[in-house]
Write a protein that binds this ligand. Sequence first.
Ligand code: ZN
Length: 300
Amino acid sequence: MNSIIMRAISSDGGIRVIYCDSTEIVKKSCEIHHTSKTMTAVLGRALTGTSLMASLLKDKDNTLTFQLRGDGPCGSVVCVGDYMGNVRGYVDDPSVELPPNAVGKLDVGGAVGRGSMYIIKDLGMNEPYVGVAPIVSGEIAEDLTEYFATSEQTPTVCALGVRVDHDNMCYAAGGYLVQLMPGYYEEDIPILEGNISKMESVSKLIADGKTGEEIIAMILEGIGYEMFDEFDIDYLCPCDREKYLRALIGLNEEDMNELREAGEPVETNCRFCGKKFVFELDELDAARAEARRKSADSEE
Ligand SMILES: [Zn+2]
């Protein structure tokens, strides 16, 4: 079983739907971060939204970072996605648990709080594109809908959902973006709104065994469309030992002396995937000497 993205476009090109079943990705994030029930939903929704948005990037070295910086108890949420919709993420405090909200749901909005959200697109140019918007509810899907309306001028409906069992483990997660493209037909809007308003939540539909094709058919019922493409997505972290070694080579001499005084091997932990890398002090000294030699050579 893999997580997947499926995309469809209306026959006139005016409406596109990007659908994602992110169940396996959210399960992996539960295992890595040992999230509480509420935080499984917070991080799960953020990862799903990031995957949907990142899949709209154009080039294979583009990345999209989604940050929620709210004043709620969970602290910041950070997710990164690549152009194929693969994602990774973390939250400052994955253990936060809150009582259910007023409608009996996991209190995602309460955990995130209010503040700002950032959508940072690294498109391989000198400066990344940075979009900022207020967090309107902290429920994430509503926040992204608002972001698309105000920052990207693309009318968008975003739905995100995560179902969590008694062991805090995700058993269904997914979401979709429905976007109006230039030249859409005005008369399609009430049809679309009617379809979406009578649908059950996306995580309920996935939990009930509905397929991506069936869910897209519900969204676009009465509107001619074609399936555009479909691909697998995963929880992927591209970190490696080399990256951390380079960071340690870049430490100033003062910080390095502190590490030498402590006399212990240096251990680094990846916040996204939990991978540990250990460096012996001798190895660091040798790598730093080598880097100094190289930079001296290049200055000659
Ligand atoms: Zn990693």
